[in-house]
Write a protein that binds this ligand. Structure first.
Ligand SMILES: Cc1cc2nc3c(=O)[nH]c(=O)nc-3n(C[C@H](O)[C@H](O)[C@H](O)COP(=O)(O)OP(=O)(O)OC[C@H]3O[C@@H](n4cnc5c(N)ncnc54)[C@H](O)[C@@H]3O)c2cc1C
Length: 306
């Protein structure tokens, strides 16, 4: 899907992001309540981890859930949430033990769009993926029944990070798709466009660019497939491969889309062709689900732990 439209490819990608914590850690009852509507295509699931002051440093989140009888009461906000407002269900991470150990004091809950006190911020005005809504989540005394807790109390951040190990592979796949779409368009163009009496694809200077684009793209694709197989099997080295596939493929998508714009010359810079959109869309794959700096931290930590 990303080969044609990165925004559209985010619909299934974010469903996976929102439901993965349930698949990994929820009770059978919770799964039976929330997963079938998503599988049927009747509901979307979103994922609320990031906050205004807690992006890369997720453990410093401030969103708070306080016990009140058999319920939990949620207060705070989440930033940059894809499909906010469009999704029926949200997996939200909140601090349940403010005096507890950092990283072990967070719990995951399912929040429903119609829960009282749950509202959304204005749509963010973004560089790319403009077809995909991104908004804040705001919680003002939102009551969540105990049975909507995902996994156990205090396990939320562990679940959130395990989720990202799997879903970063999807972002890698999205990046490969964007890069493939850009290369497809660039190839069509250089076969037709003539300058100096020749098709521009006959110039060796451009052929070397095309070769590099194709080579990097295929390396990224293979890396994503290897990481996807590791995700399917939940291999112990998935953290390294998930981060590596996302980081490598998104850097490749940025390079390939930028070069594809160059190959189209002035046309590449206009909205008459999809290349400028692909270049803007590629940029987000280097930022969300952890920036590529954070992916490098994850990889280095995995290497040093060997
Ligand atoms: C369009 C869009 C959609 C998103 N969708 C979602 C979503 O659905 N759910 C969700 O929870 N979040 C979502 N996010 C949030 C996204 O995951 C964060 O923006 C991202 O993790 C970075 O956090 P930040 O923006 O606070 O940047 P910061 O953490 O402030 O980082 C700023 C810069 O500092 C660098 N940096 C930070 N710490 C380090 C370090 N230790 N070492 C080296 N460099 C460092 C970063 O790499 C970056 O370059 C989305 C973001 C966007 C823009």
């Amino acid at each position: 899907m990303a080969r044609a439209c990165a925004s559209s490819s985010l619909i299934p990608a974010v469903n996976k992001l929102g439901t993965m914590p349930l698949l990994l850690g929820a009770s059978e009852e919770l799964k039976a309540t929330y997963l079938p509507p998503v599988a049927r295509g009747d509901a979307l699931f979103a994922y609320g981890l990031s906050e205004r002051e807690a992006g890369s440093d997720t453990a410093s989140m401030k969103c708070r859930a306080t016990r009140a009888g058999d319920d939990w009461v949620l207060n705070g906000q989440k930033s940059w949430i894809t499909n906010a407002g469009a999704a029926e269900y949200y997996t939200v991470l909140a601090v349940t033990d403010p005096d507890g150990r950092r990283g072990a004091n967070v719990t995951a809950f399912v929040v429903e769009r119609n829960d009282e006190g749950f509202t959304f911020g204005a749509p963010e005005r973004k560089l790319g993926i403009k077809g995909s809504p991104t908004r804040e989540l705001r919680f003002d005394d939102v009551r969540i029944p105990e049975d909507r807790m995902v996994g156990r109390e205090g396990e939320g951040l562990k679940l959130a990070l395990q989720t990202l190990d799997h879903t970063r592979v999807t972002i890698g796949a999205q990046a490969v798709g964007i890069a493939q779409g850009a290369l497809d368009h660039a190839l069509d163009y250089v076969r037709e466009r003539k300058q100096f009496g020749k098709r521009i694809g006959d110039f060796q200077g451009l052929q070397f660019m095309l070769a590099d684009m194709g080579m990097k793209l295929e390396a990224a694709r293979i890396m994503v497939y290897v990481a996807a197989a590791k995700s399917e099997r939940s291999d112990p080295d998935l953290s390294f491969f998930g981060a590596a596939a996302k980081c490598f493929a998104s850097d490749v998508a940025m390079q390939v889309t930028t070069d594809a714009v160059q190959l189209l010359g002035g046309c590449g810079y206009t909205r008459d062709f999809p290349l400028e959109r692909m270049m803007r869309d590629a940029k987000i794959t280097q930022i969300y689900e952890g920036t590529n700096q954070i992916q490098r931290l994850v990889m280095a930590r995995a290497l040093l732990a060997r």
